[in-house]
Design a protein around this ligand. Structure first.
Ligand SMILES: [Zn+2]
Ligand SMILES: [Zn+2]
Length: 256
């Protein structure tokens, strides 16, 4: 089945995320726009994943629990998990491997934890925008151990991307998938970074505000619309058919 997705969305837990990015607003906007699958990927935290998953269940939308990790290379890597339990185990791992910095909400923004009725249940006190001590390779290894997947985020951007930090996507770990932002030009990127050839190319919005959630444009063909099937495809364990509006279908344009 063809699934319109957005695998990189921030809730109000991210200090830079809009306060109206509540679990129900996120889910209802995604449903309204016509998405069938989304992931919630706050910076270095998974504290709102449970609420967004519950809101998604009530609205008939598949929600994958995830995190946008800031790695030791100061690169963003999106990590997705098959279950809430796996996401929480990854969050515990990240907490253990992060500098002990407290958020300063007046400077960076508040980090709201909500329940599935959008009621506040607390605020995250860790500074979520700080780089962790976890390398991209360690993140990918840990995510895989937990049954999940990891892929470099917005590789076209000149800050907080693996290509910006290292000049290229490293051969290890073997990322099967990479994300390009909607503004990115995959063909230009392929010329400077041929290591992207053959990778499954995702386009996610990285929306921090409701009004930045775009109409669905990219799709993946999945055997079923579940986090498990998605993860297997992103890890290259199942064959993928995919469409990226700037590149074409199934990577066909990559070999032109
Ligand atoms: Zn990012
Ligand atoms: Zn992001």
């Amino acid at each position: 089945m063809k699934v319109f997705y957005d695998l990189h969305l921030h809730s109000c837990l991210s200090p830079c995320g809009g306060d109206d990015m509540t679990p129900n607003n996120l889910v209802n906007m995604a449903v309204l726009l016509g998405y069938q699958l989304i992931a919630v990927t706050d910076h270095n935290a998974c504290g709102n994943a449970k609420a967004v998953m519950e809101a998604g269940r009530a609205a008939g939308l598949v929600v994958v629990p995830g995190m946008e990790l800031c790695t030791a290379e100061e690169a963003h890597v999106v990590c997705l998990f098959p279950t809430l339990k796996a996401a929480e185990a990854f969050e515990a791992f990240v907490k253990e491997n992060s500098p002990p910095l407290q958020n300063r909400p007046e400077i960076f923004g508040r980090q709201f934890l909500l329940d599935s009725r959008d009621e506040p249940v607390g605020e995250e006190e860790r500074m979520l925008l700080a780089a962790s001590f976890v390398t991209a390779e360690e993140a990918a290894k840990k995510a895989r151990e937990l049954g999940g997947t990891a892929f470099p985020a917005h590789v076209d951007r000149d800050s907080y991307s693996l290509i910006a930090s290292l000049g290229a996507i490293p051969p290890e770990p073997d990322f099967h998938t990479a994300e390009i932002s909607p503004q990115g030009d995959p063909r230009a990127l392929l010329r400077t970074n041929p290591e992207l050839m053959g990778k499954l190319l995702l386009m996610d919005s990285d929306a921090h505000y409701l009004e930045n959630m775009p109409d669905p444009a990219a799709w993946l063909e999945l055997p079923e619309n579940t986090p498990q099937a998605l993860i297997a495809v992103l890890n290259g364990e199942l064959p993928a058919r995919w469409y990226h509006p700037g590149w074409g279908e199934g990577g066909r344009c990559a070999s032109e």
